[in-house]
Design a protein around this ligand. Structure first.
Ligand code: URA
Length: 309
């Protein structure tokens, strides 16, 4: 466990107490909402963003984060996302508070992943950690396999060719990439001989070294729906099988509805080998089910994408 994470967790707990008291006092004065300006959370916590210091042995990420009293930000965010607010409620401002609290925990988790010995000690994994991208308040979370060459270079998941495909899918759903959450089962690029720009799937052992992180991210964000991209991501989430056998229906990850669909790299490969339309149609059918589950509006045009003539 790193020094910086220790102090961040302790300050986080003190901050949530302070914030709770402050909100209760305001509520007693008849004020039902509060705006949090950028940087307020840091002032409340007194967090000084120091570089993480390496030390071993490190406990499980989920245990560290649950060891501190939960500020209950994720459940609050979930309720706010699920229920329409009464007109006088400033939902956006409440969400801002919840988002800042979740963001703070994600930052601690990211710092921990950077120096995570169980993964860094594996010679089969490269050493650059690529964490996740997106909104801490996302209703929809995508989980992939592991970063590739482009992701490693830019430090962001799904920014290479497969990432562009994923971004196009998100857009076709009527969503913005920055408003969903995108993560990977394995936080480090699997190494290969004469690697160049080649990538490979992470092994079960490599996934095991990293999976506590993605499970903790799920626990913090509490998305309403998860999409596992490919059989490897599904396996990492505890849903074994082939995509062909798993897709089209919801499974469960920590109680959250989880759709398994083809990985965007598979779509790219199928486009090259000639059955791209069949693969795209399958993914799109899965995404329509995800949109229905999220209660998103679906236009006739969207329903018609890739429909068999
Ligand atoms: N493929 C993945 O599974 N994840 C990435 O981040 C990029 C490509």
């Amino acid at each position: 466990m790193t020094e910086s994470l220790h102090s961040s967790s302790l300050n986080m707990s003190a901050a949530s107490q302070l914030l709770k008291q402050h909100l209760q006092q305001r509520q007693m004065r008849g004020k039902t909402h509060v705006a949090l300006r950028p940087g307020t959370m840091d002032r409340l916590t007194g967090v000084v963003r120091a570089p993480a210091v390496r030390a071993a042995p490190e406990p499980e990420p989920s245990r560290i984060l649950s060891a501190t009293p939960s500020p209950a930000a994720a459940p609050v965010a979930r309720i706010l996302r699920e229920t329409p607010p009464p007109p006088e409620t400033k939902k956006t401002e409440l969400l801002e508070v919840a988002g800042a609290m979740i963001e703070e925990k994600l930052a601690a988790l990211r710092a921990m992943a950077e120096t995570w010995e169980p993964a860094l000690s594996m010679s089969s994994l490269r050493k650059t950690m690529v964490f996740a991208v997106g909104s801490p308040l996302a209703s929809l979370m995508f989980v992939g396999e592991a970063p590739g060459a482009e992701e490693e270079k830019l430090g962001e998941p799904f920014v290479g060719p497969a990432g562009q495909k994923l971004t196009a899918i998100i857009k076709a759903m009527g969503l913005e990439r920055r408003k969903v959450y995108i993560s990977n089962i394995c936080k480090f690029r699997p190494a290969m001989d004469n690697q160049g720009s080649s990538n490979r799937k992470p092994t079960a052992e490599e996934m095991r070294a990293c999976v506590p992180f993605v499970l903790t991210e799920i626990d913090l964000i509490k998305p309403l729906v998860i999409v596992a991209l490919g059989a490897t991501a599904a396996e990492g989430l505890g849903i074994p099988g082939t995509v062909g056998g798993l897709r089209g229906k919801f499974h469960s990850t920590s109680g959250i509805p989880t759709m398994v669909t083809y990985h965007p790299s598979y779509l790219l490969r199928e486009e090259q080998t000639g059955d791209g339309i069949r693969a795209k149609r399958a993914v799109w059918e899965d995404m329509l089910k995800v949109m229905e589950k999220l209660g998103l509006p679906i236009s006739e045009k969207q329903r018609g994408f890739f429909k068999a003539k």
